[in-house]
Design a protein around this ligand. Structure first.
Ligand code: AMP
Ligand code: GLY
Length: 318
C-alpha cells in the first residue's frame, strides 16, 4: 500500500514510525515532512500541510491507498472531505466535525446543549460587551479566541486590567487574526489536567493510554501557554475510576452529541480534561492527535495502527 501523511512535525514522525510496522505499508509520503521524517518516509517539502488542492492532486497521481491528515488546519479546511470526494480512504474528521476544535463557540455550545461537564462561559462578538461583562467578573478568568491559534489562543488574566488587555489584544488588535472575531470568557477551573486521545468511528470509541501535557512557557508552570512542550504517559492522575466516569459522562455523550448534530466524528478525538474537585470537566477538544502527546502515546500502542485507522474509516472499530 502507498500511504500519505499530511504534516511535518514530531507527531507526524511518530505516526509514520507506527504505520511502518505494518508489512503492507510500501511507500509512505509525508507532505511536507521534515528532516527527521526523511529517515522513515519520502518527504515532499514543496507541498505544505495547508495546500489542500495540491495534496489531493498528489494523492491521485501517486496512487495513494490510504491517507492520514494529522494537523488541525488542513482538517478545518476540509482536506478529508476533498480526499473522500477523490475516492481516497483516509483517517481524520471531515470539516464539519473538525469544528469541535476549530470553533470553541461550537464546542462550548455543544457541551451546554448535551450536558457534558465543562467550565461555565459566555460568548462575545462585540468587544464593548465583553469589556462590560468583565467588570462584573471574578478573577482569575479565562479568555479564549474562538478559532485556531496554534495552541496559544487562551489567556488567563489575574485581574480586571489584564483581562481588558486580553480582550483588546484578541478582538481589536487581532493577535490571532480572524480566530479572535468571537471569544469565549469562562470560569477558571483548578485540578490536574489529563489528555486522552481516542480512536472513534463515530459510534465505537477506543481511548489510548492517557497522557499529561506541559503547556506553560516558564519554569514552575508560569508564563503564557504554548502548543505543548513536553508530555508523559500514562498520566498518574488518571485513575481507572476517573476513566470510567469520563467514558460515561464525557466520551460517549460527546460522540452521541456529534451524531445528533449531523456531524459524526471519525478519527482521533482528543479530550483535554481537568480533574476538578467537582469531577472531570472538558477544557477543550482537539479534532486530531495531540502534539506532543502522540510522541509518547503511540509508541505504547500494541495494536497495529494502520489496521485501527482503516477500521475507523470503514466504521468497523467496534
Ligand atoms: P485550551 O487550548 O483550551 O486547552 O487551553 C490551554 C490551557 O489553558 C489548558 O491546557 C489549561 O491549562 C488552561 N485552561 C484553559 N481553560 C481553562 C479553565 N477554564 N480553567 C483553568 N485553566 C484553563
Ligand atoms: N498538546 C496540545 C495540542 O496538541 O493541542
Amino acid at each position: 500500500m502507498n500511504l500519505l501523511v499530511v504534516g511535518g512535525g514530531g507527531r507526524e514522525h511518530a505516526i509514520i514510525k507506527k504505520l511502518k510496522e505494518n508489512p503492507q505499508a510500501e511507500t509512505i509520503y509525508a507532505l511536507p515532512g521534515n528532516g527527521g521524517i526523511s529517515a522513515d518516509a519520502v518527504c515532499v517539502p514543496e507541498i505544505g500541510a495547508k495546500d489542500v488542492e495540491q495534496i489531493v492532486r498528489f494523492a491521485k497521481s501517486h496512487a495513494i491507498d490510504f491517507a492520514v491528515v494529522a494537523p488541525d488546519d488542513p482538517l478545518a479546511l476540509g482536506c478529508v472531505d476533498r480526499l473522500h470526494e477523490a475516492g481516497i480512504p483516509c483517517f481524520g474528521p471531515e470539516a464539519k466535525a473538525a469544528r469541535i476544535e476549530a470553533s470553541k463557540v461550537f464546542s462550548k455550545n455543544l457541551m451546554k446543549k448535551y450536558g457534558i461537564p465543562t467550565a461555565r462561559y459566555e460568548v462575545f462578538d462585540d468587544p464593548a460587551k465583553a469589556l462590560a461583562y468583565l467588570k462584573t467578573a471574578s478573577f482569575p478568568i479565562v479568555v479564549k479566541a474562538d478559532g485556531l491559534a496554534l495552541g496559544k489562543g487562551v489567556l488567563i488574566p489575574q485581574n480586571l486590567q489584564e483581562a481588558e488587555a486580553a480582550v483588546k489584544s484578541i478582538m481589536e488588535d487581532k493577535a490571532f487574526g480572524d480566530s479572535g472575531n468571537e471569544i469565549v470568557i469562562e470560569e477558571f477551573l483548578t485540578g490536574p489536567e489529563v489528555s486522552v486521545l481516542a480512536f472513534t468511528d463515530g459510534t465505537a470509541i477506543a481511548p489510548m493510554v492517557s497522557s499529561m501535557d506541559h503547556k506553560r512557557a516558564g519554569d514552575g508552570d508560569t508564563g503564557l501557554n504554548t502548543g505543548g512542550m513536553g508530555t508523559v504517559a500514562p498520566n498518574p492522575c488518571y485513575t481507572p475510576e476517573a476513566a470510567a466516569e469520563c467514558m460515561e459522562k464525557i466520551f460517549l455523550p460527546t460522540l452521541a452529541a456529534m451524531r445528533a448534530e449531523g456531524c459524526p466524528f471519525k478519527g482521533c478525538l482528543y479530550f483535554g480534561l481537568m480533574m476538578t474537585p467537582d469531577g472531570p470537566k472538558v477544557i477543550e477538544y482537539n479534532c486530531r492527535f495531540g502534539d506532543p502527546e502522540t510522541q509518547v502515546v503511540l509508541p505504547l500502542l500494541k495494536t497495529d495502527l494502520l489496521t485501527v485507522m482503516q477500521a475507523v474509516e470503514n466504521e468497523t472499530l467496534g
